[in-house]
Design a protein around this ligand. Structure first.
Ligand SMILES: Nc1ncnc2c1ncn2[C@@H]1O[C@H](COP(=O)(O)OS(=O)(=O)O)[C@@H](OP(=O)(O)O)[C@H]1O
Length: 291
């Protein structure tokens, strides 16, 4: 197990990615001026962030949908807490689209005006953990050689994003403060078109049937994997010097955790999950065959 502090930085109780972090900007997050038509995707890492970044690009930008532009998916829906040096969020035209892994208590207080829209994407935490285990080997993140050791880090919240339980519970318990809609990764897997209609409704966007067909097709895992704008390889290479290809969009399935966790690990995870998530109202889907 590697030294967590060389990769992560704890600020107000939450772990950020250390490389490239602008601590001065973190100090100003609370006061960042929110516009009424801003849209935020909020996720705990490995819950489908790039998927929703792609979905927003496809919904909002004709040229992305028509594949005539080649701006990277992340460019128009940038990470709020990791601003690029060349990006001035204040100069961005409206509607501004953002991505964030922030916990509810660190986002700009202006989001509580309830006008700016927030989509919180969540995924069953066993698949999150397994996706994270693989991803951590490719990134400047605390990593481990076995899933057992990674499970320990994950369940102690010693990862980028801190404790999964705190993240989702914090946002859900405070949902009445925000204009927020909770969307489940697994529902998008099972019914992409139906789920896309829900996103459009929440965002107040109406697409023609033809455009909707394109959005659905381009948001499918198999097609996104082939789309260089959504494929993180370039970003991994540019920002972190990582050379490996094709691993960001790894499997994109439900229930892959079964290929990595033993029966005993699963039972232990379940106990901790039940203890932490007792009375939590949102449903989770752990298996592709589950309704
Ligand atoms: N279109 C589509 N359909 C289904 N699944 C998809 C899709 N796009 C991305 N993914 C999967 O999402 C996982 C990556 O999560 P994140 O994008 O949240 O990662 S990150 O936090 O931004 O690093 C990662 O999951 P795993 O494959 O299980 O590792 C991606 O494959």
């Amino acid at each position: 197990m590697e030294d967590i502090d060389s990769f992560l930085f704890k600020f107000k109780g939450y772990y950020f990615l250390r490389p490239g972090l602008d601590i001065g900007f973190l100090e100003t997050l609370n006061d960042f001026e929110i516009r009424e038509d801003d849209v935020f995707i909020v996720t705990y890492p490995k819950s489908g962030t790039i998927w929703f970044q792609q979905i927003l690009n496809l919904i909002y930008f004709d040229e992305h949908r028509k594949s005539t532009g080649n701006l990277e998916t992340v460019f128009r829906v940038p990470y709020f807490e990791y601003p690029d040096q060349n990006t001035d969020f204040v100069k961005r035209p409206s509607p501004r689209l953002f991505t964030t892994h922030l916990p509810y208590y660190l986002v700009p207080s202006g989001l509580k005006n309830k006008k700016a829209k927030i989509i919180y994407v969540y995924r069953n935490p066993k698949d999150v953990m397994c996706s994270y285990f693989h991803f951590s080997k490719k990134m400047p993140l605390p990593t481990t050689s076995t899933i057992e050791e990674f499970m320990q880090l994950f369940l102690e919240g010693k990862v980028l994003g801190s404790l999964w339980f705190d993240h989702i519970k914090g946002w859900h318990e405070h949902k009445s403060l925000f204009n927020i809609e909770f969307m489940m990764y697994e529902e998008f897997k099972k019914d992409l078109r139906g789920s896309m209609l829900k996103v459009c409704k929440f965002l107040g966007k109406e697409l023609s049937d033809e455009d909707m067909d394109t959005v659905v097709s381009q948001a499918m895992f198999e097609n996104m994997k082939l789309d260089p704008r959504a494929n993180y390889d370039n970003i991994l290479k540019d920002q972190f010097g990582i050379q490996e290809k094709g691993h960001f969009l790894r499997k994109g399935t439900i229930g892959d955790w079964k290929n990595y966790m033993t029966v005993e690990q699963n039972e232990r995870f379940d106990k901790i999950f039940q203890k932490n998530m007792k009375d939590f109202p949102l449903k989770f889907i752990w298996d592709m065959n589950e309704e």
